[in-house]
Design a binder for this molecule. Structure first.
Ligand SMILES: [Zn+2]
Length: 246
């Protein structure tokens, strides 16, 4: 299968947007951005466009094809996870041959967009939709309208990016759990980078753990590459015990 031209990407993305507005929005699915702040196409938009090609006559595409396509825009990409995230968390009705979705007859390692008129069957719209704005106002008040992590004050110049105004957002304390009261802290636009699922925060906005995610794994990989042989051996033994190997 040939890669999409720039024009096909734009046309397909426009079509996705039309369907999104007409059908998917009401299910609580979050919109996908075409481009990030650097003016680059987002990986989500690229993956969606690739899967929605010739919609509604879509076909199964392999992860290798997707990765190959994304590499034209992100040369460093090794493993494209977007299709999986877009369905399970994002709500798009994309089936996976690996996951064993019910009634699916596509090969392992393949994905297919089924429809843009309905969400993924097990999608729960409250999972990432956040809290009522009144509740968030209340929460921000408890934090004196400051970012829990860096202390930047809402509406005032950001502590680090001084030419930007601070915007407080619903920060996910533990991204593996639903975005709801008890798992939300106010965070500024810098600390709450939605494209990064790395850290688990406590109520005071401090990092306490690493998320079990691809971004989290990259943090741990860096750590293991850096630490001493002693530490590596310690963890080797630790993991053996944890996995009950001998
Ligand atoms: Zn902050």
């Amino acid at each position: 299968m040939q890669n999409l031209s720039e024009q096909e990407i734009l046309q397909t993305f426009n079509l996705i947007t039309q369907y999104y507005e007409k059908y998917l929005k009401d299910y609580g699915i979050k919109p996908t951005k075409l481009k990030n702040t650097n003016g680059q196409y987002t990986k989500d938009a690229l993956v969606l466009a690739y899967l929605a090609r010739n919609y509604p006559n879509t076909r199964a595409v392999s992860k290798a094809q997707l990765t190959d396509f994304i590499r034209a825009f992100y040369p460093d990409v090794s493993d494209v996870q977007q299709a999986r995230h877009l369905s399970k968390q994002g709500g798009f009705y994309i089936i996976s041959g690996t996951r064993g979705d019910i009634g699916v007859k596509i090969p392992a390692g393949h994905y297919q967009l089924i429809t843009l008129e309905k969400p993924y069957p097990s999608f729960k719209p409250d999972r990432r939709s956040g809290i009522e704005s009144a509740d968030f106002e209340e929460l921000k008040k408890e934090y004196d309208y400051k970012c829990a992590t860096c202390g930047s004050i809402e509406g005032e110049p950001h502590n680090i990016r001084k030419n930007e105004k601070t915007i407080l957002q619903e920060g996910h304390m533990n991204p593996s759990l639903p975005l709801e009261i008890g798992n939300i802290i106010p965070q500024c636009q810098v600390c709450n980078r939605p494209d990064r699922d790395r850290w688990i925060y406590d109520k005071t906005g401090r990092v306490i753990e690493i998320v079990d995610s691809d971004d989290g794994k990259r943090v741990v990989e860096k750590y293991f590459k850096r630490v001493s042989t002693n530490t590596k051996e310690y963890f080797l033994e630790f993991l053996k015990k944890l996995l009950k190997l001998k």
